[in-house]
Design a binder for this molecule. Sequence first.
Ligand code: SF4
Length: 380
Amino acid sequence: MTSMNTAERLAAIRGGAKPKRHNARTIAALTRNPGCARRAVLDCAGIDKQRLAAYVDFPARFGQSQFAIARGNAFEAQVKADGAAELLTLLRERLGLSIPEVAYDDLASVTGREQESPEVRYARTRTLLIRAATGAGDAGTLFDHPLLRINVAGQPVYLEPDLIAFQAGGRFHVVEIKSFAIVDGQADAGKVSSAAIQSAVYVLAMRELLAEAGFDPEIVSHDVVLVCPRDFSNRPTAVLVDVRKQLAVLRRQLGRMTRIDELLAALPPDLSFDLAPDAAGVPTRDPAAIVTALRAIDARYTPDCLAVCELAYFCRHEARGCTAALGPATREALGGIDRVETALALAHDVLPPAEEQAEAAALLQAAARLRAEALAGAPA
Ligand code: SF4
């Protein structure tokens, strides 16, 4: 077999399907579990994990409802209508930003552009952002759907955000439009936190792009603009969110990911997730073969996976009985004890601990004693 480069190998692993494009949500989720080789390989190969999970009979049970997606799209279209007129009013009036008259450039909507390769679209985004950064007169300052790029496990990954980046007063800001409401100045903390980490992905990608071109990365502000419906109306409001903390977390997590070529080197050379659809698009590959392929890549299941990864139910089933599946705190506390049945046997003193298990065994036995005392004292 002729040796393939990393991109060719990833394409072979994906098979004939079109690669699934990343967005900030997928990058943010990927960095929640940087030690998982399975997710890193599947995501770098652009594999549709949702489809794969359903095919092996462990469908994902998270994601936005169709209703929420439709509502989000309608709100976004409203904010961006007429050259983002409503957004500009918000930026000027509510945030007090002095923004001159601006040009609006939608990097995705020109006929035929959708057919362009990511490399070509990225190059166009790059040219326009650099022109704006150098202050070239007609460059325009509002960019819709820029195609960005970020390095994940040593592999460039393209991001197609539904966002606008604007440049004013020599600085760029990322604008994230979300459909959850801000009521009396307050919003759901979990949703704001997810929006902040997703925006941080775009800030990082824009900083990398401009830094490569010789600009100070700080030219992209760490204050992102979050636009949401106000109170119970569909009128937009905007707030600035400082994402410095999220940027630090992202950098650290991305830095912890093993390089993709090292991961690929350890995998079977014929590994493939091609569902081999027939002429009608119906997959012909045996689901058992896909399960075997999945098992060929090490996973690192944690309960957190249930909220962020489409393969969570498959991986949870596979990790049944492993102490690691109970979460990082348990894994650390039970260092050296991999199986739940071993932990139980040590707790009940029916298995003599190995030397490296002695400390954990003493803790387990103390916990078992406390539990027994608590149960004995509980009212019938
Ligand atoms: S669900 Fe599985 S593939 Fe996804 S991050 Fe968790 S362990 Fe990795």
